[in-house]
Design a protein around this ligand. Sequence first.
Ligand SMILES: [Zn+2]
Length: 161
Amino acid sequence: MKKKEVSISYLEYGNISELPAAEKDLVEEAVAAASGAYAPYSHFMVGAALLLDDGTVIRGANVENAAFPSGSCAEKTALSYMVANYGTRRVMAIAIAAMTEDRMTEEPVPPCGNCRQMLVEEEQRSDSHIKVILAGSSAVYVLESSQALMPLSFTGSNLRK
Ligand SMILES: [Zn+2]
């Protein structure tokens, strides 16, 4: 028997203004994307912004439904749109921000497990790392790869062994 450990590292910034310009711009896109959310039940409006390798930015927002499981997360919305419409491009980074009422959450809001799974798959599909920027008004976390959010993840290779 062997004991193994998995650890992740990430950068923590005190606020959005400390970010490098490109990352700050992407966070602002995510904040703007949140305004497109349809969240009449939770009033928790999430925005995601994908930066593609050609500079295109794709926004996604959460879309709720009275039949709750029918809703979709902001990250999933953005990734699905990207794959369907820009499938030959690569995602370089994703920024995620959430609003309650008219205010950004203080703490960064991490993606749910389903969205982490989608991010890992997209990294593998494009054979590249997707930088993850999780933005809150009092802290911003930056991870160099979405794989860090999902260690020991289930992937397509598991289907073949
Ligand atoms: Zn999600």
